[in-house]
Write a protein that binds this ligand. Structure first.
Ligand code: NMX
Ligand code: MLT
Length: 437
């Protein structure tokens, strides 16, 4: 069977041809207008980036190289004893556009485990952080420090041809993805379980098998399977989301994959983006505390209005592109529905009840263009149910996942020779001048 590198060598030339053709034959074809609203409205709706691995449809949700989430759940290989697709098979799909075999997936798991240990100086660095430093800050700093061993940076310093950029970027990307579980688990141990032993990376486990084990949940197969699904699902969400866009922008300067992804993590750490999953749980727990055990739909409705009337957003609802319930939310809900202990969990029940009420309240409120839940509305609840209750940590898990998509695009950006990103900005006066012309 073909290795990942062999497969990449095969799939890159046709894509390079496709890009060349697009440039030569359609370089001047118009695909949309730029309105003043786009410029002052966070570029919402502007078609302005190339991103190979996934495309987001407002109604249907994400497709990874054309495959929907249910398609991926059907065809992407699981862990040897599991059922859920795993990040390794998603990574293979994102990188190559092909569905890997079970053997190829296993080989990638083995490679990641082989490369999974942290350099000693990064362990020491992370151990030196105060426990009060937010886990996302620690993750971003740890990832940036890993650039000490960047093959891309070392090769660039020596002087390499442009056509070789992608191979070094791929090696860095694999090394970074391999090391994320040990880094993220070390942060968890240091912040929440100081003084306890941290398991090592086991060479025969898949990426999330190791991550779960290092977090101290290796015995909980349901949670481990949930994490596999969660991390595979959150891997990519086309290019315009804040973390992916940041990785792309920073990477376009030929900054190495570690620095590019570190920057992306600090975008993910904002409450309108990845931090929303910590905010959801905080908000749902506050609701539970205030309303008690027997919560009616009317109670939830009143609580939602209280949140909105105090000028806050309802975390986990709304989206920059989606105009329907997020299929990632649906997939995680289905995971819960298929397990009796999760089905009867009070926190998961509360998320479900909120889902029954919130869209109508948000419609009545009349501001958000999308009154439906995004993935963050539910992603933390299963973790909470199984005792991983430290919700300031949740975005770190998202951060372990989003590396799949961001790093895939970096490899493709280098393979396709995409240029430095540098859009044109305008002042309000300059904009007014154009309008008057
Ligand atoms: N609750 C209350 N108001 C909202 C919400 C919400 N959940 N979502 C949007 N709005 C408001 C928004 O603040 C804006 O108000 P204003 O005109 O006063 O500035 C108005 O509705 C229009 O916003 P939209 O165009 O619908 O949303 P936009 O594309 O600007 O932002 C989000 C998208 C996701 C930032 C926004 O919906 C939000 O803040 N949601 C809550 C936070 C969240 O769940 N983020 C997670 C996103 C997913 N992720 O994983 O990253
Ligand atoms: C994501 O997964 O990045 C979020 O849903 C936000 C987005 O797509 O804009």
């Amino acid at each position: 069977t073909k290795s990942l590198r062999e497969t990449m060598k095969e799939v890159i030339p046709p894509k390079q041809e496709q890009l060349k053709k697009l440039k030569v034959e359609h370089g001047q074809t118009v695909v949309g207008d730029v309105k003043v609203d786009n410029i002052i409205g966070g570029m919402r709706g502007l078609k302005a980036m190339l991103w190979e691995a996934s495309v987001l449809d407002p109604i249907e949700g994400i497709r990874f190289h054309g495959l929907s989430i249910p398609d991926c759940q059907k065809v992407l290989p699981a862990a040897p004893a599991g059922k859920e697709m795993i990040p390794e098979s998603m990574l293979w799909l994102l990188l190559t556009g092909q569905v890997p075999t079970a053997e190829q997936t296993k080989e990638l798991s083995r490679e990641l485990a082989e490369k999974g240990d942290l350099p000693k100086f990064v362990e020491d660095l992370v151990d030196s952080f105060p426990r009060s430093l937010h886990p996302m800050t620690q993750l971003g700093m740890g990832v940036a420090a890993l650039n000490h061993d960047s093959q891309f940076q070392a090769a660039y310093e020596k002087g390499i041809k442009k056509s070789e950029y992608w191979t070094h970027t791929l090696e860095d990307s694999i090394n970074l993805i391999a090391r994320l579980p040990a880094l993220a688990a070390r942060i968890y141990r240091n912040v929440y379980k100081p003084g306890t032993e941290l398991a090592g990376v086991q060479k025969d486990l898949d990426l999330v098998g190791n991550y779960s084990n290092m977090l101290g949940y290796g015995h909980n197969e349901t949670l481990t399977e949930y994490l596999r699904l969660y991390i595979a699902l959150h891997g990519d969400h086309e290019g315009g989301n804040a973390s992916a866009h940041t990785a792309h922008l920073v990477g376009s300067t030929l900054s190495d994959p570690y620095l590019s992804y570190s920057a992306a993590l600090f975008a993910l750490a904002g409450p309108l983006h990845g931090l929303a999953n910590q905010e959801v749980l905080r908000w749902q727990l506050a609701m539970q505390k205030e309303l008690g055990d027997k919560i009616s739909q009317e109670d939830i409705k009143a609580y939602l209005w209280k949140t909105l009337n105090s000028g806050q957003v309802v975390p986990g609802y709304g989206h920059g592109v989606l105009r329907n319930p997020d299929p990632r939310f649906i997939a995680l809900q289905e995971f819960c529905d298929s397990r009796s202990d999760l089905k009867s969990s009070p926190i998961i029940d509360l998320v479900n009840k909120t889902f029954q009420v919130a869209p109508n309240v948000l419609k009545e409120h009349g501001k958000t263009k999308n009154p439906y839940p995004n993935v963050d509305a539910t992603s933390g609840c299963v973790l909470y149910h199984y005792g991983l209750t430290e919700f300031k940590y949740y975005t770190v898990i998202f951060g372990v996942s989003r590396a799949l998509g961001c790093l895939t695009q970096l490899v493709w950006a280098r393979a396709l020779g995409l240029p430095l990103e540098r859009p044109k900005s305008l002042s309000m006066d300059a904009l007014t001048k154009i309008i008057k012309q």
